[in-house]
Design a protein around this ligand. Structure first.
Ligand SMILES: [Zn+2]
Length: 279
């Protein structure tokens, strides 16, 4: 078996027809999955991906599909499409945002619930109307039992930790991680050692706190590197997936996993970014 030198981790937030930032339309999402399927890709579980980082071989064309936060549109659109194409994904939940109540309708089931754009989701969450836009535990349970989504922690409240006063910050981080673990344990009967930083924001001194809380695999929003055997599990790279069709998406995946072209591309993007900052 040819094994993968690099496994790209794809990062999604929303799959919805509502236009906005960090959103992929259902049509483009389907095209992206179709591209992956046509080109023989396999989606890994987080446990498979951990094996890859630890030096155990995984299939040549492997990817890890991840979602952040836990929006309702992940149930309405992403879940049925992933299932249709035979892929699985990991979802990092903001555990205090997940609601109670019956499952809502999803693609293929008649009248679908409203799934607003990102800014509107943020507005409703701030206004206390979290259930309008976020998943419920019943939906989480259904997707989990179906083997399409696995669920991990993305903190308890998604608070920007850098906005907390420095003297309280580390205590707060430890408490959030603990609450998030407790919630997953209570609701799902288990909690993993995979964790995604809220807003991708973290300082070096948060890492030992996350590790002490029981998280070993820490997912960032940094795209400028490749996940190879031996890559530090405390700094997993993820590539944000834009709202683009199958072909453009395919080129991005090809570059991200190419052991020669990927690092050159990443250096070029970093260089471009540093030039923008100095303008
Ligand atoms: Zn997030």
């Amino acid at each position: 078996m040819r094994t993968a030198p690099v496994v790209p981790v794809l990062m999604y937030h929303h799959v919805t027809p509502s236009k906005g930032m960090i959103t992929t339309s259902p049509e483009n999402f389907e095209n992206q999955l179709a591209w992956l399927k046509r080109h023989g890709y396999r989606s890994l579980t987080c446990a498979d991906f951990a094996q890859h980082l630890n030096g155990h071989p995984v299939a040549h064309k492997s990817i890890l599909i991840t979602f952040d936060d836990g929006y309702l549109d992940n149930w309405v659109y992403a879940y049925p499409l992933l299932k249709r194409y035979g892929f699985n994904a990991a979802l990092f939940l903001v555990t205090s945002w997940i609601g109670e109540g019956p499952k809502r309708q999803h693609l293929g089931q008649g009248v679908l619930p409203e799934t607003p754009m990102h800014h509107e989701c943020t507005r409703r969450i701030a206004a206390g109307r979290i259930d309008d836009v976020m998943l419920r535990w019943s939906e989480v349970e259904h997707m989990r039992n179906d083997g399409v989504f696995e669920f991990h922690s993305h903190s308890h409240t998604h608070k920007r930790w850098d906005k907390i006063s420095p003297e309280n910050r580390l205590v707060h981080v430890a408490r959030e991680l603990d609450l998030s673990r407790q919630t997953l344990q209570e609701k799902l009967g288990e909690v993993s050692d995979h964790f995604c930083w809220p807003e991708g924001y973290f300082e070096q001194d948060y890492i030992p706190i996350a590790q002490q809380a029981g998280f070993r695999y820490l997912y960032t929003t940094t795209p400028y590197g490749q996940n190879r055997p031996g890559t530090d599990p405390a700094g997993i790279y993820r590539a944000s997936v834009r709202n683009r069709g199958g072909k453009m998406f395919g080129q991005r995946v090809w570059i991200a996993r190419n052991p020669m072209v990927g690092p050159v591309y990443n250096r070029w993007r970093l260089w471009k970014r540093s030039n923008r900052k100095h303008e």
